[in-house]
Design a protein around this ligand. Sequence first.
Ligand SMILES: Cc1ncc(COP(=O)(O)O)c(C=O)c1O
Length: 391
Amino acid sequence: MKDLSDILLHYGEDRQQYFNAVCPPIIQSSNFVFSSIADFRKALESELDQHIYTRGNNPTVQILRKKIAALEGAEDALIFGSGSAAIAAAMIGNLKTGDHVVCVQSPYSWTYNLLTKFLSRFGVSHRFVDGKDMQAIEAAIQENTRILYLESPNTANFDLQDLPACATLANKHGLVTIIDNSYCSPIFQRPIDMGIDLVIHSGTKYLNGHSDVVVGTLAGSRAQIEKIFTSEYMTLGAIISPHDAALVLRGLRTLELRMHRVDKSTKIITDWLSTHPKIERVLYPFHKDFPQVDLARKQMSGCGGLFSILLKAENIEEVETFFGKLNRFTLAVSWGGHESLALPFCAFRKIPGRTDTSVPWNLIRFYIGLEDPDWLLEDLRQALGSFELGS
Ligand SMILES: Cc1ncc(COP(=O)(O)O)c(C=O)c1O
């Protein structure tokens, strides 16, 4: 593997091309000119590598592509305007009418929608399986299955899949393996090293890390990237702007530092919460009581800032009282930025027309950001003290 600090701080940046500036310029240009027909013809031989038009390849975005590929140990990468676009392009690029996808159960909501509402319109079928169970995965594979889609850990229930075992199984059946690696970031998990084909990130989370850009990444073999580039990437045009790419490049400078800070703080906070009498359970893959902790420690080198608690509350009102007392966590979707968040799942109840009750009402998902963990603990301590058990 290339040196991690070199990838984040220098790799892919050819400073002599831009006045030896230490930071790459934002090449805010849609178009690139050619001095001769011969030069133009040469560029057309590989639009993926040359600069012709920014929907395909822009110099600022290309630096990001190089860094993402290196971080994942991949041959090449593409950068999209969102994680969802990266997921859709990777799937569509490897499917045709009549094909079948095996996907882990409860994937990210828009991945679920892609399979159930979008691809189904084009004759692609799917089966959701318990990804914890290798036999269930194998049993779901049909003659027309083309993709095994993974999320490990899942960002709602934190289920893991055994990645080397999935890669072996997929090879046996000739399937393309795709993983959403957003939970870990490439700092804590490198699926390609374990035999997975394509790695996706909602770079909106850790990769950018400052809650100011929506971005998606896709890394894999040169053949896969070329295939998806010439079809889905260029056709759908779901690109990132050069300006946003520059922000992500800046975010990457501190990726390693941020991941370790978040990981350390979350361990302190989850250890404390798991002994509190008002907490029924802490769900965190690196917590000693997590059912798949051994697998998590085997294939991940860290865990990051996302976990859930089940509050020992008697009713939704008690959860709301607790939540209302939290001052240093804000209610929001997403995660992976600088700011700590809390998402109480009771918020999805009592919404007219919404009937999904699969997630317990006393579950609260937390994301620990870059704040001082003691300062966050102080807030959790006072909020947990705000209601009596069974009041
Ligand atoms: C696990 C996971 N994957 C993919 C996505 C989609 O990424 P984006 O919002 O960047 O499109 C999200 C967004 O929340 C996510 O949490």
